[in-house]
Design a protein around this ligand. Structure first.
Ligand code: MN
Length: 129
């Protein structure tokens, strides 16, 4: 799905980050679903089956790593790309997020071009499904 109609779930508790990322994605033709904590993010993923999931690591209930682990255990969502967003990027973030099952990782503040490139890369990968 590369025509911009892809549905992306963003799980993020920070309203400013949500607004910024939503604006970039909507401007590029994506549909953005929103969740403000891990529990509602999982529920939305189960119900809506988005094409791709962006997940903040620091969430108020269960963290983004646990969210990812649960998503990757779900038979219908296992193949859905999950990209982690982490604040205050530290050495080891990439390893931690990939170990939890995230397909990729973007440090905050998110660069617009990195976001768009990474999203496009993982949506293209799903074309054959
Ligand atoms: Mn957060």
């Amino acid at each position: 799905m590369t025509d911009g109609a892809a549905r992306i779930l963003y799980i993020e508790d920070n309203p400013q980050n949500m607004r910024l990322v939503r604006k970039i994605l909507v401007h590029h033709g994506y549909t953005v679903l929103e969740a403000i904590d891990g529990g509602s993010g999982l529920q939305t993923a189960y119900i809506e089956r988005p094409d791709l999931i962006l997940v903040d690591i620091n969430l108020p209930d269960i963290d983004g790593l646990e969210v990812t682990t649960q998503l990757k255990q779900h038979p219908e969502l296992r193949q859905t790309p999950v990209i982690a967003l982490t604040a205050n990027a530290m050495i080891g973030d990439r390893e931690r997020t990939l170990a939890a099952g995230c397909d990729d990782y973007l440090p905050k503040p998110v660069s617009k071009q990195d976001l768009l490139d990474t999203v496009a890369k993982y949506l293209q990968r799903g074309d054959s499904e």
